[in-house]
Design a protein around this ligand. Structure first.
Ligand code: HXC
Length: 516
């Protein structure tokens, strides 16, 4: 049968448009070790599930001879698809067209799918690879960015937003990914900065490479902007898929249940030996986490940043949970500014998206020192406190070892409205560690004796007897039970079951005033 002219024309226009900036530009993209926007989407989504919008949209700019350059799709591929059969909305910037730069039409395309994602309650995924605002468009491009930022904020806490940075992301453009919930940066080609190395040289006379200023490892370990680093674009897509498997599609849904064959009452005997007898000796909190969660699977986010606190997702009897744990292996698990911020943001994410929280506590307190005080440990430590206090999802705390001072209160204590608090027999719950405590309260008394050291040692032993155990807290009902470590998985799953129908709310208000 003869194919009619309009259909032939459509096919031809579509074929041309699908080539983006053309074969030469695609080859250049590949030479840089990067995939094209369409190849990225194909890698990410279920086969043949992508429905593209606005393929024929083109820019309307006439400045600087721009009208001579026509490129349907205008530097961004947008649409919806399914990932493991769940609907998502996606935009992928196409570097082969004007360096993926953002024009007003390009921004309108992105905004359209953002609006659809919000209305339909689906995750939004942005694959970023762009030279920033389309310079030839001036304020129109800036308007486009601001429209995107506004939608990022409106979508925050309503639908999960995930950004992968797979190329340049510079200038004000960084603020869209920064507002999203999770940022994945590819090691090879991505960078993010507000002002690049050239401006840094001009303004500050500092010489710095792109990589050292805003590469993936810098943002994963120093700034905390990146939650994941991928070693390839394929890996970046796998991380997005894995992350989504723990998240509901929107704030009105529960996170997805995935049945497990891992027995609920699996005994974790090695945990009975995990905590060293000497309470100043470290151990690896990840060993505890891997023992108790379904199939030992734990998706740690921001693993290279503030390593004294661990945050991430796992499943307990098939149900996703968010885990927040002090890491005694790094800085003895102390809370500092970075750890507090990292923990607070994760807690708020879980609370927004109905992911129950499990807190594994071994914290000697807040980090002392001028650097911490001058940089605002008061203001920043308060963020973690605030986040736990306002969270209404099921909240469970297990005190593994130390729960000292203000950090005891902050780390989801009973008094911060933890629903269930358990402790291991190794728990030590006190205002401060034994040595420091006896120095404060008995130093004068000891100095008045012939053997001050012996007196202090005796007092320390008395203090340990009194406080370096969970019984004083259990006697007061501040903890609900002291559990055997090997039974931790079973007891935590039971605790989650007890809280499965939890309904709680905080006083109505426009919004709180978290100490930012
Ligand atoms: C228009 C752009 C562009 C832009 C790149 N191109 N960025 N066109 N506006 N912002 C075009 C280039 O002219 C080139 O076209 C093509 O894209 C590929 O760019 P190359 O420079 O050849 O690629 P590469 O060598 O890989 O370098 C990539 C780059 C560089 C580092 C991103 O292009 C660059 O520095 N671009 C400008 C970045 C920038 O300053 N953007 C504005 C930031 S301020 P031809 O046809 O010549 O091949 C900003 C404010 C946002 O974004 C504010 C939001 C609130």
């Amino acid at each position: 049968m003869e194919i009619k002219e309009p259909i032939l024309k459509l096919r031809q226009r579509r074929e041309e448009a699908m080539l983006g900036g053309g074969e030469k530009r695609i080859a250049e993209q590949h030479e840089k070790g990067k995939l094209t926007a369409r190849e990225r989407i194909e890698l990410l989504v279920d086969k043949d599930s992508f429905e593209e919008f606005d393929l024929f949209v083109d820019h309307r700019c006439t400045n600087f001879g721009m009208d001579k350059y026509r490129h349907p799709s205008d530097g961004v591929v947008t649409g919806s698809a399914t990932i493991n059969e769940r609907l998502v909305y996606i935009f992928a910037q196409d570097f082969t067209i004007f360096g993926g730069s953002l024009s007003i039409t390009n921004a309108e395309k992105i905004c359209k799918i953002m609006d659809m994602a919000i209305k339909n309650g689906c995750p939004l995924i942005g694959l970023n690879d762009s030279g920033g605002a389309r310079i030839q468009e001036g304020v129109d491009a800036l308007a486009g960015y601001a429209e995107i930022f506004w939608r990022n904020v409106m979508a925050s806490g309503v639908i999960p937003q995930i950004s992968a940075i797979l190329g340049p992301c510079a200038g004000g453009a960084v603020y869209s990914p920064a507002i999203t919930d999770f940022v994945i940066m590819d090691k090879a080609n991505s960078y993010m900065f507000v002002t690049g190395p050239k401006v840094v040289k001009t303004v500050l006379n500092e010489t710095v490479t792109t990589e050292d200023l805003g590469g993936a490892m810098v943002h994963a370990s120093k700034s905390g902007v990146a939650h994941f680093v991928s070693n390839s674009e394929e890996e970046a897509m796998l991380i997005i898929k894995k992350l989504l498997s723990y998240l509901p599609s929107n704030n009105m849904e529960d996170p997805p249940f995935i049945p497990t064959s891992d027995p609920i009452n699996r005994s974790c005997d090695v945990l009975n030996e995990l905590v060293p007898e000497n309470s100043n000796k470290p151990y690896d909190m990840l060993d505890l986490i891997h023992q108790i969660v379904d199939d030992g699977e734990f998706l740690q986010t921001a693993r290279n940043y503030a390593q004294n606190i661990i945050v991430g997702f796992a499943r307990m009897n098939g149900h996703p949970v968010g885990i927040v744990a002090n890491q005694p292996k790094v800085l003895a698990g102390v809370l500092d500014i970075d750890a507090s911020i990292k923990g607070a943001r994760f807690v708020r994410f879980c609370d927004a998206f109905n992911v129950p929280l499990i807190v594994l506590e071994d914290v000697p307190g807040f980090l002392p020192g001028t650097s911490q005080e001058h940089n605002g440990i008061i203001r920043n430590g308060a963020k973690l406190l605030y986040a736990f206090a306002e969270a209404t999802v099921p909240k469970i705390t297990l005190i593994v070892r130390k729960a000292y001072g203000g950090a005891y209160c902050v780390m989801n204590s009973r008094h911060m409205r933890a629903d269930i608090v358990y402790a291991w027999p190794s728990a030590e719950i006190a205002v401060m560690g034994p040595k420091g405590a006896v120095e404060v309260i008995f130093r004068k008394e000891a100095m008045a004796t012939d053997d001050p050291k012996q007196v202090l040692r005796d007092k320390e032993a008395e203090y340990i007897e009194k406080f370096a155990n969970p019984f004083a807290a259990a006697e007061r009902g501040y903890i609900d039970d002291i559990i055997e470590p090997a039974r931790t998985r079973f007891r935590l799953i039971r605790a989650l079951e007890m809280l499965a129908n939890k309904k709680d709310s905080i006083p109505a208000r426009k919004h709180g005033n978290i100490p930012l």
